[in-house]
Write a new protein. Structure first.
Lengths: 111, 362
């Protein structure tokens, strides 16, 4: 057993999840593949969205995967960092917008 | 990870591996790595076993289409990914005598494409004579692989666009990215600006313009330990950026995978990316690409006249497995009846959409 929770080599084994539940695993990977196909959004745009979300969900595997995917697609480091900031802005915005709840509660409880 | 070792690599990369007496300059050392480690341990399948699954072993040639001639390893640049280990310190240059033997073959070959490469082929002192003579053979597609900066390197090369035009040469040039940072990181400081200027000069004489018969194609190699993605999408991005930013036109973009040999192998090992890169190549193995790998329709000739299945085998010292091994004994029928020499670097040509000197193959 590895003595850390995350091991970079495990990313290569991702597809093995299908071995313990073939139907669900296969459905997931079919869906996953379809999502990232060229559509109304380009595969390049989807890759940048995935990179931003990877940071928000703080998935080290996804960050490795979509940094590499971006490089392969010719995405620049400036574009990648801007995408990360979009994720961070939404995440901090999601925290801060709850400040209104705090204000509402404060006002309700105060004379 | 990559970032922290970059300054060190950049400094080292001013000279070829050979001049630095790096052990990876030796072909047997490279082959030992490619045949050992992950593959010998059974972690990853040997290329031979992989293509056996689809009945393609031994890999056999189809009728010859491309004659690729390497006129020397000397180059004005020392790119980090160079599979030739080319540079100003490389003295291996094709002589006029060997060129004459090549011309004899060019006049009689069934190949429709002649592809001159290097190093910087223009640095061979007999380059212009050779192009003039070869052009007379009337071969359908006459390619010169030019690194672009050579055109700006010295006054004596400034007229190359006109020279290429005069002989109806098809120019294929390397351009790792449409941004300065990525280009200079792979190819050296100042390369981007010089390349842009050279492309504008090629455009000025008619190269690369829409509908122009003067063909100008670009080659994209990833600048790091990753594979190229879809060639068509990359071409679209390159066209848009180069047109908007620099008013540059070109015809096609060839996306070429970096093969794990020579300086790119050195980079992969030094940056601790070798294993991941080999996994990525094997994972991306595409059986459909095998039938069209370039070694099945190409012969590669080295500066000293030896024959190889491809430029990569040339750099690994793997000569053709044929009775005919040298240009002086050239015989297309005998050569075409051979088994192609393979090793694990071949996964580079079968990954994803496949890779060749003409770009994707599948």
């Amino acid at each position: 057993m590895a003595d850390t929770y995350y091991n970079p080599a495990d990313l290569r084994k991702f597809s093995k999840i299908t071995e313990w539940s073939e139907e669900l695993g296969t459905k997931f990977f079919d869906y996953y593949g379809k999502v990232f196909e060229e559509g109304a959004l380009s595969a390049r745009e989807k890759s940048l969205i995935a990179l931003a979300v990877s940071h928000v969900v703080k998935c080290p595997y996804c960050i490795d995967a979509y940094t590499k995917d971006g490089l392969q697609r010719g995405v620049t480091k400036e574009e990648m960092m801007e995408a990360v900031h979009v994720g961070a802005a939404i995440e901090s915005g999601a925290t801060l917008v709850h400040g209104v709840q705090m204000m509402n509660k404060y006002n309700k409880l105060s004379m | 990870m990559g970032e922290s070792i970059m300054p060190q690599l950049k400094k080292a990369a001013k000279k070829s591996l050979k001049a630095r007496e790096n052990e990876l300059a030796k072909t047997n050392k490279q082959l030992e790595i490619l045949n050992g480690g992950l593959f010998a341990d059974g972690e990853l399948p040997f290329f031979k076993d992989k293509i056996s699954e689809i009945g393609q072993f031994p890999l056999r040639p189809k009728p010859l289409e491309i004659l690729q001639i390497n006129v020397g390893y000397m180059c004005n640049q020392v790119c980090e990914h160079c599979h030739v280990d080319a540079g100003p310190d490389r003295k291996e240059i094709m002589t006029r005598e060997t060129m004459k033997q090549c011309l004899e073959v060019i006049r009689n070959t069934g190949a429709h494409t002649l592809d001159l490469t290097g190093g910087a082929p223009e640095m061979n002192p007999d380059f212009r004579w050779f192009v003039e003579e070869a052009a007379k053979a009337g071969i359908q597609d006459f390619i010169v692989r030019s690194n672009l900066t050579i055109i700006r390197a010295n006054k004596k090369y400034h007229d190359l666009p006109e020279f290429f035009k005069k002989h109806n040469v098809h120019v294929v040039s390397s351009m790792p990215h449409y941004t300065k940072g990525k280009t200079d990181k792979q190819r050296g400081d100042g390369v981007f600006d010089k390349s842009i200027k050279a492309l504008q000069e090629l455009n000025a004489v008619g190269y690369g313009l829409p509908d122009s018969p003067l063909r100008l194609d670009l080659v994209y190699n990833p600048s790091g330990a990753f594979l190229p993605s879809d060639q068509g999408a990359l071409e679209k991005d390159f066209k848009k950026a180069l047109k908007e930013d620099f008013n540059i036109d070109f015809h096609n973009l060839f996306a070429i995978t970096n093969l794990p040999i020579s300086r790119f192998l050195d980079y992969l090992i030094a940056s601790d990316n070798y294993e991941d890169y080999m996994y990525a190549l094997v994972d991306a193995y595409n059986p459909a690409a095998v039938a069209n790998v370039m070694c099945t329709n190409t012969i590669s000739v080295s500066w000293d006249g030896w024959l190889y299945d491809c430029d990569f085998n040339q750099m690994l010292g793997l000569k053709v497995a044929s009775k005919v091994k040298h240009i002086k004994d050239y015989n297309e029928d005998i050569l075409n009846d051979r088994n192609i020499v393979i090793s694990q670097h071949c996964y580079g040509c079968t990954a994803g959409a496949g890779s060749s000197c003409q770009g994707s193959v599948a």
